[in-house]
Design a binder for this molecule. Structure first.
Ligand SMILES: *Cc1c(COP(=O)(O)O)cnc(C)c1O
Length: 718
């Protein structure tokens, strides 16, 4: 492209375009867009944690205009903005062809958490990551879609580790001006305000709009001056406070979310509840119908026809339950609106109507008023059918109408920049003249991954050199993080931490929430053997851990303590490290740089798991218990399994067997294959396995496939 001098009117358009771009998260999965923000100030890019809005706020209007006088830079920005407009306006999307009936009747997707980007930390873990990826793929596919969640202005906690290796939590307030958020306005340009009844008060809320490519996600916020102080802080933190906070937050999410959609003029075709937290939306839909003159029976049936529900966990604590006393306190508004008494309300959330020992379960409410329900992997579907037999009045699990859609990830969004550039180049070589929109679809196709993993297209040497580069990038990131975690920056610390971790070692990553069923310290059941393995200078291995425990989960915190404690033993120091403050960015760094992604949950409690899916495009491989998605993904050639497709009913026996199988898989398969090098120093068998992992898993476990499956199976089923 020729360097066209920039006129002052065009300058204005480009500056406005950059601001629009910074407030649309599309930039975070478009490599050139990301590089524009990076290049405006590489130091701010790092220190402001990749926050495009904050970077633009850092630059004066004057600086920005001057920088755009550099023709090469102006050209790059022009081309990014053109592609952005093409993306947002593209008429020929998958959904336009496959689901034309949904035009103008979006899917409304309710989730208590969404993880989009590290600068908007309003999620606690995998549920949020899944919701964020669902929205991004809905955008890529052109699906009419609108998301609903809460704006937690203190987000999820930040993690620090104290002298006793114990997790402590701290919170920092988010500033909407520095975030990719826009206030939701009414037709007069004032902040749109809606209200819900909470306890005996009427509570107002406004909303923030997050632009996720083509789709909006609205975040509800009760922080308004006219609300009583405890209601202002209701949406302060993700899963913050006690069960009173929880039930009130969930009324805002469900009831308030429907009201906001109506105020914005939306008539969704389907309401999708991502986990039970959102289930109060069903009661608002019933209220609307009663107010319009329906009978209660018709209102219930019509609501059921509008809703679908995804359950995410077989872990008991994962299902919200509220006592009758709490419901009476929190929800008098629902009784009046629905013209029912407290007992009738409780029965909506009970398996057995009238049983006073049963609390109000949000999962039951969601199941009661959904036309379809699903688990998030084949095994989890099976386990859920077992779990909810009584609710459906049958002893035969096969009669329970709960299906499954296996989770996925937004593949391109999870790619590290290095890797996105790498595949983008390969894509262009294979498809000369293809457009940017073709790339998104291409990267999500099995065909691309089959082609590109052919040795004629991609050599072993190229894969191995990419692996080395990614491992080094992770190790350098980890050394810097460890240095900052130490809080004492002396010259000696630089030397010490730069000696940690070995770029030639087989690098094993474990990064997840420290829920106890995930068994983070399982490998250390064999402490003496692990010491031998990390000390083997001929075949060195090393471990990188990261993860947060829920603030009230002391057993999870004890697991963190154990891992950090062991990482300080002289035998392990520098070979086992714990990175604080696990989040999307840490996840991307680890899922790209590690060689092995370790997953050893107590089967069948990992309903799906998604972090392992983020590794495949990077050439990192899974070593996992046959639980959740891996039970479907593993085929004997595309990664490694720990044990068989079964488990002992006795948990102690299960832990013992799994720890033995983990050790055996490592020492008999993983380590020998990684270090089996040919005359050129290349581990041929290992790389063949990487090819299989890419070819069989990348496209299949993407939200591109998953959202298509939800659409054809469920969204169009009405
Ligand atoms: C992907 C992701 C998760 C989910 O991890 P799993 O344990 O595999 O379910 C959790 N937290 C963050 C920050 C993630 O990016």
């Amino acid at each position: 492209m020729a360097n066209i001098p920039i006129s002052s009117s065009e300058l204005k358009t480009i500056v406005a375009g950059l601001h629009r771009l910074a407030r649309n998260l599309w930039w975070s999965w478009d490599q050139e867009a990301q590089e524009v923000f990076h290049d405006l100030s590489p130091r701010c890019w790092q220190n402001l944690y990749h926050n495009a809005v904050a970077i633009l706020n850092e630059l004066s209007e004057y600086e920005l205009r001057v920088r755009l006088q550099e023709p090469g830079f102006a050209n790059r920005v022009r081309s990014v903005l053109d592609r952005f407009d093409a993306y947002v306006g593209a008429p020929n999307t998958w959904a336009a062809a496959a689901a034309p009936g949904l035009a103008g009747r979006p899917v409304a997707y309710f989730s208590a958490e969404f993880a989009f980007h590290e600068t908007l930390p309003i999620a606690a873990g995998g549920l949020g990551a899944l919701a964020g990826d669902h929205a991004k793929s809905a955008s890529d596919l052109g699906l009419p879609f609108v998301g609903i969640s809460l704006f937690y202005r203190e987000g999820y906690f930040q993690q620090a580790i104290n002298q006793e290796n114990w997790q402590t939590e701290y919170y920092t307030e988010l500033n909407p001006k520095n975030l990719p958020l826009e206030p939701v306005l009414d037709p007069e340009g004032k902040q749109l305000v809606c209200s819900v009844k909470l306890a005996s008060s009427s509570v107002n809320f406004h909303a923030w709009r997050v632009n996720v490519g083509r789709v909006p996600v609205y975040l509800l916020d009760t922080n308004r001056p006219e609300n009583e102080p405890h209601f202002r802080d209701l949406t302060l933190r993700v899963y913050g406070g006690d069960s009173t906070t929880r039930v009130l937050q969930e009324i805002v999410l469900g009831v308030g979310g429907v009201r906001l959609l109506r105020a914005l003029g939306h008539a969704p075709s389907t309401f999708h509840m991502n986990e039970g937290h959102a289930a109060f939306l069903t009661l608002e839909l019933i209220r609307e119908k009663l107010a319009a003159g329906s009978t209660p029976a018709d209102a219930g049936a019509a609501t059921k026809a509008q809703c679908i529900f995804t359950t995410h966990t077989p872990v008991e604590a994962g299902h919200d339950r509220f006592s009758p006393e709490l419901m009476s306190y929190a929800a008098p508004g629902l009784l009046a609106d629905l013209r029912i008494d407290a007992g009738q309300l409780m029965d909506f959330g009970r398996v057995h109507a009238g049983d006073p020992r049963e609390s109000f379960c949000m999962t039951v409410l969601a199941l009661r008023f959904s036309r379809a329900a699903n688990g998030v992997s084949e095994l989890h579907g099976q386990v859920s059918r077992e779990m909810w037999r009584e609710f459906f009045g049958t002893t035969d699990a096969d009669q329970v109408p709960i299906g499954h859609v296996t989770n996925g990830v937004h593949l391109v969004g999870w790619m590290k920049g290095t890797v996105r550039r790498f595949w983008r180049r390969k894509f262009q070589e294979l498809n000369p003249g293809a457009s940017d929109l073709d790339w998104i679809g291409g990267a999500n196709s099995a065909e691309f991954w089959t082609k590109v993993t052919n040795p004629d297209v991609l050599s072993d040497e190229e894969i191995w050199s990419l692996r080395y580069r990614l491992r080094r990038e992770l190790i350098e990131f980890a050394r810097r993080r460890l240095l900052l975690q130490g809080h004492s920056l002396t010259r000696r610390d630089f030397i010490t931490f730069d000696g940690f971790l070995n770029p030639d070692a087989l690098t094993i990553g474990f990064a997840r929430r420290f829920a106890t069923y995930k068994r983070a310290p399982l490998i250390f059941d064999r402490f003496a053997e692990v010491v031998k393995l990390v000390k083997d200078t001929g075949r060195p291995i090393q471990f990188i851990f990261a993860g947060k425990a829920h603030p009230r989960d002391d057993s999870g915190k004890a697991y963190i303590q154990k891992v950090i404690h062991l990482s300080k033993f002289s035998e392990l120091v520098g070979h086992v490290v714990f990175l604080e403050n696990y989040d999307i960015h840490v996840c991307r760094m680890m899922a790209s740089g590690c060689d092995i992604w370790l997953n050893n949950p107590r089967r069948p409690l990992e309903a799906s798991g998604t972090s392992g899916m983020k590794t495949t495009s990077h050439g990192c491989m899974n070593l996992s218990i046959m639980d959740g998605w891996w039970r479907e993904g593993y085929d004997g050639t595309n990664g490694f399994s720990i044990g068989e497709d079964s488990h002992s009913p006795d948990v102690h026996e299960q832990d013992r067997v799994d720890s033995e199988n983990l050790y055996n898989a490592l020492t008999r398969e993983v380590i020998p294959m990684f270090f089996d090098r040919d005359g050129n120093g290349i581990p041929r068998a290992w790389i063949a396995r990487i090819r299989r992992s890419m070819a069989t898993l990348a496209a299949e476990y993407s939200t591109w496939r998953m959202v298509q499956e939800y659409t054809t199976k469920y969204y169009l089923g009405h």
